[in-house]
Design a protein around this ligand. Structure first.
Ligand SMILES: Nc1ncnc2c1ncn2[C@@H]1O[C@H](COP(=O)(O)OP(=O)(O)OP(=O)(O)O)[C@@H](O)[C@H]1O
Ligand SMILES: [Mg+2]
Length: 279
């Protein structure tokens, strides 16, 4: 059985033989978004006047100081929370809650410890109505995509942190999402594992064409992976609410050379923006 994970050009609409679902990335439109959390003395205005457009199949990283609203934005995109004002749309359809069209990966893996890798990855497709056989085939292909086909019968406790995060990525991909949302997914990994997962994520993005929103505190990681790096500012202690201050297309060929002068230029410019020296 084939499940539609074969390489294909980014941005094309190809039906998946296993699910019949479209497999290209969705366009994301965020317009005038405000997020206000009720506080004890006063409300916390985490985001205000936030506009962001991400094209089908783009890989966009979001960077910015702690508390500027990156995770809040990601949770709104995932549909875990609802913005207090503004519009969030995927391919023109308003986001009204979580859905299988969006795969989410957090820093802490979030796997079921009592399920094997295969069972963890097959869980979503099963819940979405696939037969056991079909879900198992989809899960096996997703695990192969992250280089873990040999660990399918192992439990999370028997896997390294990098392997667990691979399973979490496979699980997010198994529903054939049109958008992949990742919140500091490699933040807890050592430098070598992080670097190899970055390479793998680039390959996965090239082969699936999934629109990807990736939050990181590593400017090098953002420049290495992304078509665009969006810089946010505001939040805790700044007196301002979270908003976008810069949107920088990364015009470098892949695979990227992190030691190249042009790469370092991007890193320096983005770091200056984050630390408030660049505007
Ligand atoms: N559920 C909540 N209730 C109240 N305030 C919240 C809630 N979630 C987030 N906030 C506030 O919203 C602001 C943005 O938080 P958010 O977690 O989005 O920041 P972040 O950019 O992801 O930070 P970090 O880089 O540290 O992960 C912060 O001031 C935070 O305290
Ligand atoms: Mg965060």
């Amino acid at each position: 059985m084939t499940t539609g994970f074969a390489p294909r050009p980014t941005g094309l609409s190809t039906p998946s033989p296993a699910t019949g679902a479209p497999t290209r990335g969705a366009a994301i439109s965020v317009r005038g978004v405000e997020m206000r959390f009720p506080g004890k003395d006063s409300d916390v205005l985490a985001l205000s006047g936030l506009d962001l457009r991400i094209e089908q199949g783009q890989f966009v990283s979001i960077v910015g100081a702690s508390g500027c609203g990156k995770s809040t934005l990601l949770r709104l995109l995932a549909g875990f929370e609802t913005a207090t004002d503004g519009v969030i749309e995927l391919d023109g359809v308003p986001v009204r809650g979580p859905g299988p069209d969006r795969g989410v990966v957090f820093q802490d893996y979030g796997l079921f410890p009592w399920r094997t890798s295969l069972e963890n990855v097959a869980y979503g497709p099963r819940r979405n109505g696939m037969s056991r056989r079909q879900a198992s085939a989809v899960a096996q292909e997703a695990l192969a995509l992250v280089g873990l086909d040999t660990a399918r019968d192992r439990f999370p406790g028997q896997l390294s942190g990098g392997m667990q995060q691979r399973v979490a990525i496979a699980r997010a991909l198994a529903n054939r999402p049109s958008v992949l949302l990742m919140d500091e997914p490699f933040g807890a990994l050592d430098a070598m594992t992080r670097s190899s997962l970055q390479t793998e994520l680039t390959h996965i993005h090239e082969s699936t064409g999934t629109t990807t929103v990736f939050i990181t505190h590593s400017v090098e990681e953002a420049v290495n992976l992304s078509d665009r790096v969006v810089v946010m500012a505001g939040g805790a202690g700044s007196g301002l609410c979270g908003h976008v201050i810069a949107d920088i297309p990364i015009d470098l060929p892949r695979p990227r050379d992190v030691t190249a002068a042009a790469f370092n230029e991007y890193e320096r410019a983005i770091s200056d923006l984050i630390h408030g020296d660049g505007s």
